[in-house]
Design a protein around this ligand. Structure first.
Ligand code: ZN
Length: 135
C-alpha cells in the first residue's frame, strides 16, 4: 500500500463540523460530495499532502449512523492509496483478511474503494482507494 490517502471522521452534522474543521485546520473545505450507495455526505479538507474526510449519515441505516450510535463521533477509518485495488484485494484475501465488499465500489473524491473488516485490523476500519484515471 502507498501513503495514507485520508482519514475519515464520522460526524453528526456537517453544517456544524465543517466550520469547526475549517477553523481548526485553517483551510476551506474544498469538496462536498454525496455517496448515495453508502448513504453518506462527505466534506474534504487538504492539509499539506494529507486529507481529512468528514462523513455524515443521510439515512438511519447508513454505516455512519450505526457507527455514531455505537461509538459516538470520531475517527471512522484510515484510507490508504493503492496502485491496483484488485491486486491488493486479492493479496489481503489470501492473507486471511475479510473484505467488506468483494468488488471495488465507487467512493467519494473520484476513487474506487474497498473496506477491510476492522476485526482483523485490531478495531480499525481500513479503506483501500485507487484513483480513477480517465483515459
Ligand atoms: Zn474514506
Amino acid at each position: 500500500m502507498d501513503k495514507i490517502e485520508h482519514i475519515g471522521i464520522a460526524v453528526k452534522d456537517l453544517t456544524v463540523s465543517i466550520p469547526i474543521y475549517e477553523k481548526l485546520l485553517n483551510t476551506s473545505c474544498y469538496k462536498m460530495e454525496e455517496v448515495s450507495s453508502e448513504m453518506v455526505k462527505t466534506a474534504f479538507f487538504k492539509t499539506g499532502d494529507n486529507k481529512i474526510e468528514l462523513l455524515e449519515a443521510t439515512a438511519p441505516e447508513s454505516p455512519i449512523a450505526k457507527f455514531i450510535e455505537k461509538k459516538g463521533e470520531g475517527i471512522h477509518h484510515i484510507a490508504f492509496a493503492v496502485e491496483d485495488i484488485l491486486q491488493e484485494m486479492e493479496r489481503l484475501t489470501q492473507d486471511g483478511f475479510r473484505l467488506l465488499n468483494t468488488q471495488p465500489k465507487k467512493g467519494a473524491d473520484n476513487k474506487m474503494v474497498c473496506f477491510v473488516h476492522p476485526k482483523e485490523a485490531h478495531g480499525v476500519l481500513i479503506e483501500l482507494c485507487q484513483e480513477i484515471k480517465w483515459v
